[in-house]
Design a protein around this ligand. Structure first.
Ligand code: PLP
Length: 408
């Protein structure tokens, strides 16, 4: 008898980025030397002093349930961090909810804002991280894409935002630095977008802006990182962030949200009926990372900076490729559509980004993520992550260059 599953999960597709990583992992297990430009996670291990804080907490008996929104000391550390690093002076520990990763924070947010079968909208500049759309749609949001272009460094302009806003807009998602685009907004560009939201809300709109700042520490632009919340009324702004990327802590599952009390309390009620709280021994590690992790972050950032310029130089040298200079996160998102319509040395025809990624994996043993599911112009692009050593980058780019050379 076939299992009867809910419409909600039946519609849900597995994450394409995780699927790409699984295919590459399978080949690696068969002993094939795969160069992975697919992973969306740092190749570094969590700094020792942060690991020690969790080990000490376990030994000291932090093995019980914690308050749903997180231990007060950790919520205070998050508030301190947001005040210090992001100039969000109004944030207190009460405005903070600690959850099981940035993805989980976003899940809680959209489930607190949207109803199933409703007509409220979420504006999503695309290309965008593959999980926003399925998670928000599951909550009942209607996605309004604002496609951006490679020529504009994948940034949404104030005019395009203004045109997308309607009385039904409930949420605007900003992710800067961006996965998959590898670019970020300048403080002035964010200020201009915030002004459009303020104007809309002053005229009766009810838009909340969620800023996903998960890549905030991995930046190497000429302008500094800023979060759009700095330029918004705190009543309509929520910051989503976490420890996964900045501190190389993807496996720990720690994220947080900071926003208006009513919204944070609603998300906390939901978390209470979902996971209760995160693992108790993580809280001292959160304090350690946020209060004393800056030097580690700076060291990792230097590696990313060198890799970003190397990879950009190598990818830009390939014929027909267009790729903005990366300014944040650890991704490049080149337009590779010039290679569509060609045939590989192994006889595969390349009609799409997925064909290209499949052939690169099977013939060149390089894993990349096809751009199809990032939305907007994504189908003309592939995503390459440079969370691997410079030697591996050189080797992987040599393989890609040979593969492109062999196209007919
Ligand atoms: C833009 C963006 N936001 C959030 C996340 C989720 O991070 P976490 O591992 O904390 O759930 C990711 C992970 O890839 C991401 O790329």
């Amino acid at each position: 008898m076939p299992m009867h599953l809910s419409a909600r999960v039946s519609r849900l597709k597995p994450s394409s980025t995780l699927a790409a990583a699984a295919a590459a992992g399978e080949m690696a297990r068969r002993g094939i030397d795969i160069i992975s430009f697919g992973a969306g996670e740092p190749d570094f291990t969590t700094p020792a002093h942060i690991r020690d804080a969790a080990k000490d907490a376990l030994d000291a008996g932090h093995t019980h349930y914690s308050p749903i929104a997180g231990e007060p000391a950790a919520r205070e550390a998050v508030a301190r961090k947001l005040q210090r690093d992001n100039q969000l002076g109004h944030v207190t520990a009460e405005n903070v909810l600690i959850s099981a990763g940035g993805k989980h924070s976003f899940f809680l947010l959209v489930h607190a804002l949207f109803d199933p079968d409703g007509d409220l909208e979420m504006i999503l500049p695309t290309p965008a991280w593959v999980s926003y759309r399925p998670i928000a749609e599951m909550a009942g949001a209607r996605i309004v894409e604002v496609p951006t272009r490679v020529e504009g460094d994948f940034k949404m302009t104030p005019e395009r935002l203004r045109a997308a806003l309607t009385p039904r807009t409930r949420l605007l998602l900003i992710n800067s630095p961006s996965n998959p685009c590898g670019t970020m907004y300048s403080p002035d560009e964010l200020r201009a977008l915030a002004a459009v939201v303020a104007e809309h809300n002053a005229a009766g709109g009810r838009v909340i802006v969620a800023s996903d700042d998960i890549y905030e520490k991995i930046v190497y632009a000429d302008t500094p990182f800023a979060t759009i919340g700095r330029f918004l009324d705190p009543k309509c702004s929520i910051t989503l962030n976490g420890l996964s990327k900045a501190y190389a802590m993807t496996g720990w599952r720690i994220g947080y949200a900071a926003g208006p009390l009513e919204l944070i309390r609603a998300m906390t009620r939901l978390q209470g009926q979902m996971i209760t709280c995160i693992a108790a021994f993580c809280f001292p590690a959160i304090v350690e990372a946020l209060d004393r992790g800056d030097a580690d972050v700076a060291e990792m950032r230097e590696h990313y900076r060198r890799r970003a310029s190397l990879m950009h130089e190598r990818i830009s040298a390939l014929p027909g490729v267009r790729c903005p200079r990366p300014t944040g996160a650890f991704y490049l998102f080149p337009d590779v559509s010039a290679w569509f319509g060609r045939t590989t040395a192994g006889g595969a025809s390349i009609r799409s980004s997925l064909d290209l990624a499949t052939a690169l994996l099977s013939e060149a043993h390089v894993a990349v993520v096809p751009g199809d599911e990032f939305g907007g112009c994504g189908p003309n692009h592939i995503r390459l992550s440079f969370a691997c050593s410079t030697e591996r980058i050189q080797e992987g780019m040599d393989r890609i260059a040979r593969f492109i050379d062999g196209l007919r």
